[in-house]
Design a protein around this ligand. Structure first.
Ligand SMILES: NC(=O)c1ccc[n+]([C@@H]2O[C@H](COP(=O)([O-])OP(=O)(O)OC[C@H]3O[C@@H](n4cnc5c(N)ncnc54)[C@H](O)[C@@H]3O)[C@@H](O)[C@H]2O)c1
Length: 454
């Protein structure tokens, strides 16, 4: 990479290294808020931006809206200068802008970049010379350069151009901004790796952008891994998520076979995981959930079509994983029929609404599909989830349900474990229930004819 024509603004680099740089975070959700708090802990001044006024108000009042972030953490950050706003003109108060807005799929399973383009449109008129802009939202390779960059270059009032390797822009004339992609790798609920210990991948549009972003992230992450371009960084994130998606599909498929063969897939995975090399365990479940694994692979399969290319592994994995909630319904039907009952008219208590254990995230949760399928079959369904006292309306569902207390379990024809929250006392649940269908191996070690593992 050539760095001859552009030198990084030494002023900004010095500011970053001395913690004088002010950090703006756009999108204060599951990714942006914890990231902002990390920078604040490391003594950076952080200004958060969100279009959701209720989030801005909550944060400015020292409250939290994410279960695992305590209000005390927000209050401590507030004391160190952290605040939130919906006013994009305040971008002139910051030196670096990190974008962590949603990247969902639309109804046709295609990338919905509207949050990124809306954010770009809002940043552009407020972009300042030498601003460092980092996109963190997961997306297909090319988004930073093909989508965000033109919006920022066209819409800014200073005629700023992104600094590019070998391009004829002169950083010394204050006519540039710096653009980088750096994927978020957070794994909600995973307490085995401290956030600081997760290496941060950075791909700058030019060497200066990479250096600036690298220095910024080095302040909060122990290791920064630089790749040559934003597209390489975008692809890195997709590779990681596709790897998970495909491997989960593999064990889901093998689980279906093992059920027919009378083999316990969980026992098999645990045994295979004792191999000290060449095997990493993935676990089957009732279907994929979360903002990432069910969504991100389709960003790449969509982009691949532009290159006349079919990503067959992604499509096959999607097919298998999407089928899992239907397998769960089939298992409930079979389990009930062994008790001489039909699903139609049966009382079913579903345990767990979150897409994985011990978190308060409902996005793309298989529980939502399972409830709809159970209701469509005429079951009388209720749920319990300590993280969701109520479930109202989302982008793809409208349930309007309230969490049922875990009492009098004998009244239900079937208790269906969809999310294996640690808070549940599974032994007691089995003792008190007539029938337990377990999609997560949560009842591992409990022997009872009432349990059906599926
Ligand atoms: N949640 C995760 O565990 C995780 C992990 C890795 C990567 N990611 C990726 O990070 C990105 C953000 O995910 P998230 O889970 O934090 O989403 P989120 O929905 O929790 O938060 C996004 C926030 O952005 C705000 N927002 C939307 N448009 C905005 C705009 N124009 N200006 C300002 N704020 C705006 C929303 O109000 C919301 O508060 C996504 O691309 C996601 O794929 C998420």
């Amino acid at each position: 990479m050539s760095t001859q024509q552009i030198t990084p603004t030494s002023e900004l680099l010095t500011k970053i290294k001395s913690r004088q740089a002010r950090i703006g975070i756009i999108g204060l959700g599951y990714v942006g808020l914890p990231l902002g708090l990390l920078f604040s802990e490391e003594k950076f001044q952080v200004l958060g931006f969100d279009i959701d006024a209720s989030k801005v108000n909550a944060l400015n009042s020292g409250n939290s809206y994410i279960h695992r972030i305590l209000p005390a953490e927000i209050q401590q950050a507030r004391e160190k200068g952290f605040s939130a706003t919906s006013d994009y003109t305040r971008l002139k108060e910051v030196d670096a802008i990190i974008i962590a807005v949603p990247t969902p799929l639309n109804e046709y399973h295609e990338p919905d970049l509207s949050y990124i383009t809306a954010t770009g449109d809002a940043i552009a008129p407020n972009l300042q010379p030498n601003h460092l802009v980092v996109l963190e939202s997961t997306t297909y390779p090319g988004t930073t350069e093909e989508v965000l960059l033109p919006i920022l270059e066209k819409g800014n009032k200073f005629g700023l151009k992104a600094a590019r390797d070998g391009a004829s822009v002169d950083a010394g004339t204050d006519k540039v901004f710096f653009l980088t992609f750096s994927p978020e790798r957070e794994d909600p609920g995973n307490t085995s790796v401290a956030r600081k210990d997760i290496p941060k991948v950075v791909g700058g549009l030019d060497a200066n952008a990479a250096e600036l972003a690298g220095a910024m992230y080095n302040a909060i992450f122990r290791r920064v891994v630089r790749v040559s371009t934003p597209a390489a960084a975008e692809m890195t994130k997709l590779l990681e998520n596709i790897y998970r998606c495909v491997n989960i599909a593999l064990v889901n498929e093998l689980k279906l076979l093992c059920l027919r063969m009378g083999i316990d897939i969980w026992e098999v995975i645990d045994a295979a995981a004792t191999k000290p090399f060449g095997f990493h365990p993935f676990y089957p479940g009732p279907g994929l959930g979360g903002h990432c694994i069910p969504v991100d692979p389709f960003y790449l399969s969509w982009k691949a079509k532009e290159f006349d290319f079919r990503t067959k592994f992604i499509e096959l994995a999607g097919e298998i994983n999407v089928g899992m909630p239907y397998h769960v319904i089939g298992s409930v039907v079979t389990a009930l029929s062994q008790h001489k009952k039909a699903l139609n008219g049966s009382k079913v208590l579903m345990l767990g609404m979150a897409y994985k254990k011990d978190i308060d995230d409902l996005r793309e949760s298989p529980a939502l599909t399972i409830i709809e399928l159970l209701q469509a079959e005429g079951a009388d369904v209720c749920y319990n989830d300590p993280y969701f006292p109520k479930v109202g309306r989302g982008r793809k569902y409208d349930l309007q349900m309230t969490s049922t207390p875990l009492t009098n379990l004998g009244q239900y024809d079937c208790v269906l474990i969809v999310t294996d929250h640690s808070d549940y006392d599974y032994k007691k649940i089995v003792e008190e229930s007539q029938l337990v269908v377990d999609t997560r191996n949560a009842t591992k070690g409990i022997r009872s004819p009432k349990i059906v593992r599926c």
